[in-house]
Ligand binder design. Structure first.
Ligand code: AMP
Ligand code: MG
Length: 410
């Protein structure tokens, strides 16, 4: 049976579209010094006010001269010394040369630099063995960045390279989108903190630390509300606080249909929330919508499901809010080295390791058990093996589509 024939299951793309259509980009901005702008999102275009380099300068330590004055074997007297930061302002006299160091501005009248290895200093002046091409070893004004060149665009996440380029054109501070604030909590009476003893049937709250880490990679501010018991008042209070203080409230657990899953009822009271059964594996139950002041994302409790749905859907909601917009994962086609279990009906995001050898891209599964509770299936993975909804079992040697992990999962 094809997925879309299954009542109540929503295809992945449809869920993503709904999320992107619901979240409005944040329009609040702040100015930050360049040193603090790594990973921040530019809020306005930035263009160079002046060209870089601002003037022609030397690419070598050597001698600046007028090429027409150079005759091999005839010494040119040294008129002056030009250093980086200490330009020679007088014009070159005919039949002379100027000692010049890398980065020093080309003195007026000079058109070429001869590197010092090709020059010999004598009492009469400097001897040159042969004539270089005109303009040799001169860096031209504007060669790096031209005047008014755009060096930053709104929505751009500033990298080390971007910051270097902005500094190159003299930008000292940038207007960025303010950081998104995210409240985070886990729900479940069975959850214990790592380090605590476990009672029979308990398990460690692994989701929160993994979600926290992925959110950190996104560069958001996190209000970590810990584990909230399966108790209506406690859950309501946590939602209220998150909604008042943050742009997003993200929870794990309690959104599937289960006896102690109060989250649903409280949310229905507090906001406009959809409870989806997505046609994806892992991660069927997912809640998304608006509370009074914030957006809510209710991730499934199963550990693989919670991280994978945060990665595939939640991060896109946040990027949309942060002004970055949708950033689909890079895709590749690969040959599966193994047979993969799959039944039609849901889109699978199995965890795999891809490699390229002799031009061929192959993938193997990280674990034969791809259950949504098997967190170790994420270990060492570098991609999802994204198996289409309608697809059945995959034989070894068949082509599959990979969605490559980005920096959020590393
Ligand atoms: P739930 O969505 O609350 O019904 O939880 C589904 C499954 O995920 C159950 O086996 C839970 O024990 C488990 N689970 C829920 N929350 C977490 C968590 N924070 N860390 C690890 N496992 C969890
Ligand atoms: Mg639960």
């Amino acid at each position: 049976m094809a997925c879309c024939d299954q009542p109540g299951l929503m295809p992945f793309e449809q869920g993503l579209d709904k999320i992107l259509a619901t979240v409005t980009p944040c329009i609040e901005t702040e100015t930050v010094p360049l040193q603090l702008a790594l990973n921040r999102v530019l809020a306005e275009p930035v263009s160079a006010k002046a060209q870089v380099p601002s003037c022609d300068n030397s690419a070598m330590d050597g001698y600046a001269l007028r090429l027409a004055d150079l005759t091999p074997g005839i010494a040119l007297p040294v008129q002056a010394r030009a250093l980086a930061g200490h330009p020679v302002l007088e014009a070159l006299k005919p039949g002379h040369c100027i000692r010049i160091m890398t980065g020093a501005a080309m003195p007026q009248g000079c058109d070429t630099v001869v590197m010092q290895e090709n020059a010999e200093v004598t009492e009469a002046g400097v001897l040159f063995s042969k004539a270089p091409p005109l303009g040799d070893n001169v860096r031209r004004a504007g060669e790096n960045v031209t005047e008014r060149q755009v060096v930053g665009q709104p929505g751009q996440v500033l990298s080390a390279i971007d910051l270097g380029l902005l500094a190159t054109v003299g930008v000292s501070e940038v207007l960025v989108v303010r950081k998104a604030r995210v409240a985070l909590f886990s729900t479940g009476d069975e959850l214990r903190q790592p380090g605590e003893p476990l009672n029979y049937g308990d398990l460690y709250d692994s989701n929160r630390v993994a979600i926290h880490a992925l959110l950190k990679r996104l560069g958001v501010e996190i209000l970590d509300l810990g584990v909230i018991a399966d108790d209506p008042d406690a859950i309501r209070n946590a939602f209220k606080r998150g909604d008042q203080e943050c742009d997003f409230v993200i929870t794990s657990g309690g959104v599937s249909v289960g006896e102690a899953d109060y989250t649903r009822d409280i949310l229905t009271e507090m906001g406009d929330i959809d409870f989806w059964k997505l046609a994806i594996k892992p991660g069927k139950p997912l809640a998304f919508g608006r509370l009074e002041h914030s957006y809510f994302l209710g991730l499934p409790g199963n550990p693989v499901s919670s991280l994978v749905t945060l990665h595939l859907l939640g991060s896109q909601a946040l990027r949309q809010f942060m002004g970055i917009g949708h950033q689909p994962l890079k895709r590749l086609t690969a040959i599966s080295l193994e047979a993969l279990k799959k039944s039609p009906g849901r889109m699978d995001f199995q965890r795999g390791v891809w490699r390229q050898e002799d031009g061929e891209i192959t993938v193997s599964s990280t674990a034969s058990n791809q259950g949504s509770h098997v967190f170790s299936s994420l270990q060492n993975a570098n991609c999802y093996i994204a198996l289409e909804q309608d697809r059945g079992p995959v034989k070894a040697g068949e082509s599959v589509t990979l969605w490559l992990f980005d920096e959020l999962m590393k």
